[in-house]
Design a protein around this ligand. Sequence first.
Ligand SMILES: Nc1ncnc2c1ncn2[C@@H]1O[C@H](COP(=O)(O)OP(=O)(O)OP(=O)(O)O)[C@@H](O)[C@H]1O
Ligand SMILES: [Mg+2]
Length: 173
Amino acid sequence: MAVDPFGWAGQVLDGRYRAIEVAGDGGFGVVYRGHHLALDVPVAIKCLKVPQSLGPDERATFEQRFLEEGRVLHRLSRASAGVVQALDVGAATSPEGAWTPYLVLEWLEGRSLEDELALRCRAGQARFGVAEAVALLGPAARALGEAHAQRIAHRDIKPANLFLCRVGERRVL
Ligand SMILES: Nc1ncnc2c1ncn2[C@@H]1O[C@H](COP(=O)(O)OP(=O)(O)OP(=O)(O)O)[C@@H](O)[C@H]1O
Ligand SMILES: [Mg+2]
């Protein structure tokens, strides 16, 4: 298993989300494969790496900004099928004493575009054709367009931050 800097693996955050194991480690955080205990569905729990030396005021300011980001992501994800669904946002202290702002996201089955491209390259497979690439990137591009219309910039679009997965059709309910 990958390194678990917070000590959350096997623990429950805020009584609601069990962190099972580290699933990914990015620049800003650690993503756990987790379980939403009440809904009984898999989730991704994205925990932010923050300096543990923050004072109480800095921590409170940080938490407010993080909560606001969670709300923005939630709104965007409700409005767009091309954005991972955000289910919750909060901050919890791990049994090891690590203060952890966290986001709960729907669990996506698949892999990042970065991993997919590396796999294809190693296997000597053909690159994506233009039509296939356009079809695959379309929903993400439309989601970015919706974000821009709301004056929200992603600022870190790259293959590692695009996820290749199957999602159900969008429909009117
Ligand atoms: N919802 C999800 N379902 C399954 N796996 C995920 C999910 N979100 C993230 N991951 C895994 O964790 C890895 C890192 O995720 P992500 O890019 O969101 O984190 P980050 O790089 O720390 O943060 P950011 O890109 O927002 O700066 C992804 O490449 C993917 O493997
Ligand atoms: Mg990332």
